[in-house]
Ligand binder design. Structure first.
Ligand code: G6P
Length: 608
């Protein structure tokens, strides 16, 4: 969602802020703005629409002099995407400017109080309340002021603040919304996400909840909510700079899909030692996999779909009950959990508000929590009992591909680990499963190499109104992710159905030439799904089938067939998702859409 960048140093701030904000565009936004202190006063430029508009109005930042500034891309929550509502927000005398990610939950009450105190509001945002509160409590000490505001606001926030009274400093503070401080040479940065500052520094401090940073050109000081100084550890970012660049591809999504073989390899490598699966992260964990009562998997969006595949794999392989929940449902449904249960939370960003709340709920109920997370140092990695990282590197495209594939790999490895502990697989089977995992990168590559064929097929469907995805068992789990990929970036209505459920309603939606994408990778279910294909075909559907190489019988029924290489029955989703990702991508690109930035969507959903 919204993005924050801040700069203090010897260079002109505005071009650096614009550059940083451009690296955060992937998070989703609908207006942008900057506040820069020019030595006398703070100037603000902001505008609805794309960052390009802000770049044009400020001549790439040149028209805004000054070496201290904060910038923001806003994803509207309170009030429309207008100039007034865009950040930064000022206090009335324009001596304090603030940018904010998150939601101030008690802002209506605070706004009433501030209005009674004579403060006038020019926007509909919750953020403007903060600017006026900072003004109200400011008596010369910015840290004391920030602390007073923190004690009064409820909700989530990451803030960047500048005061004309402190011309050599930028202030940052956070609660439940990500923020990092980048340490450079004679210059420092703040950012809501690492890619924004990766070009300038790899040394960062992760600010934790209710911590404040006071940032000069050299010194960075940290305080807790009692205004007491605290020490923080400087961390190095190991990501390759190129990881946050498009590297010749038209869109990040294509680059990220093409990276999947490497990401899969990087993700399993630390966990495969000879013929064993090891999780050093769980070495001292108080979890007895041999006697687990149940496994719960909780996540949002595609991470939830990865969990859905995980359910089929873990249940089938390890013979332990697995329940999958959307985090937004789990957190409010008073789930029944005990210390014999393990709750696996999956998240690319590690910052999704509902998934974070689910961790809290699971811990409260006494269950052990394991987070599968991609973003290093993100909130969930501190909140869950144990963290296992996916090694997807930075993912920029809003529609996830490589992070999803990496999540599947960790789930497969956990399935093997749990099965092993429960004694339901023997050493020979374990060895075979591990060997099948290590073949996946090459097999994914083979499917990716066929992308021109998928492109030609996808081009026929750029005008489609409805597209259906069907499958049974684990193939249903991939159908669901395939449908999401298509709808989020192409805006075509897409629905996934368990193939056996079609007759209970959906089949009435099938008309002449409606495309149905069918996934059939499970030998024991081939014939069942083929019957369902016949049913939709006899109602006029055009069927694309994704199936295993060798299953040529499908050509008698399907109109178009995509074969995936032969793998273990548990791991087929890693291969079957590739043509579906490519299909979604090519339909979107064929329609001329901005594939990486689908309308109304955000990469990281940090509000409820
Ligand atoms: C957003 C993204 C999805 C993602 C979901 C969960 O909706 O657009 O791609 O799957 O959030 O995000 P997380 O960071 O928790 O995996």
């Amino acid at each position: 969602m919204c993005g924050i960048v801040g700069y203090i140093g010897k260079r002109q701030a505005a071009p650096i802020l614009l550059d940083g904000l451009s690296k955060l565009e992937y998070r989703g936004y609908d207006s942008a703005g900057m506040a820069v202190y020019d030595g006398e006063k703070i100037n603000i430029e902001k505008t609805p629409g794309r960052l390009k508009v802000l770049e044009e109005t400020t001549h790439g930042g040149e028209l805004m002099p000054g070496m201290i500034g904060i910038g923001h891309t806003r994803w509207a929550t309170h009030g429309t995407p207008s100039r007034e509502n865009a950040h930064p927000h000022f206090n009335s005398s324009h001596t304090i400017a603030v940018v904010h990610n998150g939601i101030i939950e008690n802002y209506i009450k605070l706004k009433e109080t501030m209005a009674k105190r004579g403060y006038k509001f020019v926007s509909e945002t919750d953020t403007e309340v903060l600017a006026h509160m900072l003004d109200y409590y400011y008596k010369g000490d910015p840290i004391e002021t920030i602390v007073k505001v923190m004690h009064r606001v409820e909700g989530s926030y990451a803030l960047g603040i500048i005061f004309t009274d402190c011309p050599d400093e930028v202030f940052a503070v956070r609660k439940d919304s990500p923020l990092v401080i980048g340490k450079g040479d004679g210059e420092n940065f703040i950012a809501s996400d690492v890619p924004a500052i990766l070009k300038y520094t790899r040394e960062v401090y992760y600010i934790q909840n209710e911590e404040i940073a006071r940032i000069g050109t050299g010194d960075i000081k940290f305080y807790n909510i009692d205004a007491e100084p605290i020490e923080k550890e400087l961390c190095s970012i190991e990501w390759d700079m190129n990881a946050a660049e498009k590297g010749g591809y038209e869109f990040f999504m294509m680059k990220e899909m093409m990276e999947q073989p490497k990401v899969i390899r990087d993700t399993y490598t630390p966990h495969i030692k000879g013929d064993n699966v090891v999780f050093d992260e769980l070495k001292d964990a108080d979890i007895d996999f041999s006697s687990l009562a149940s496994v719960h998997i909780v996540a949002c969006g595609s991470a939830y779909h990865a969990g859905f595949t995980g359910k089929y794999v873990i249940e089938k392989m390890a013979r332990v009950p697995v329940y999958v929940d959307l985090a937004s449902e789990f957190r409010y449904r008073d789930p029944i959990l005990s210390s014999d249960d393990v709750v696996i939370l999956i998240s690319q960003s590690g910052e999704t508000a509902d998934t974070k709340a689910a961790i809290e709920e699971a811990k409260k109920k006494g269950a052990k929590t394991i987070a599968i997370v991609n973003a290093k140092g993100s909130s969930m990695t501190r909140e869950a009992d144990y963290t296992i990282y996916t090694e997807a590197g930075p993912e920029i495209s809003v529609a996830t591909t490589k992070a999803y594939s990496a999540q599947l790999i960790i789930l497969y490895l956990l399935a093997i680990k749990i099965s092993d502990a429960r004694g339901v697989i023997d050493a020979e089977e374990r060895k075979q499963l591990i060997s099948d995992i290590t073949r996946l990168p090459e097999q994914v590559e083979m499917v990716l190499n066929n992308k021109e064929r998928i492109q030609k097929f996808a081009n026929r469907y750029i005008a489609a109104k409805d597209i259906f995805f069907i499958g049974r068992g684990i193939d249903y789990a991939i159908a669901v992710e395939g449908a999401l990929k298509l709808k989020e970036i192409s805006y075509i209505h897409a629905e996934a159905y368990a193939a056996g459920e079609l007759k209970h309603g959906t089949i009435s939606l099938i008309e002449d030439n409606t495309l149905v994408n069918a996934v059939l990778t499970q030998e024991d279910l081939y014939d069942k799904t083929i019957s369902n294909i016949r049913e939709v075909k006899s109602r006029g559907a055009f069927v694309m089938a994704i199936t295993n190489v060798g299953h040529s019988k499908i050509e008698e029924v399907a109109d178009y067939v995509v074969y995936i290489p032969e793998t273990n029955r548990y791991f087929t989703n890693t291969l079957a998702i590739i043509p579906l990702q490519l299909f979604g991508y090519f339909v979107s690109a064929g329609k001329g859409y901005d594939v990486d930035h689908p309308r109304n969507l955000a990469k990281s959903v940090t509000v409820e």
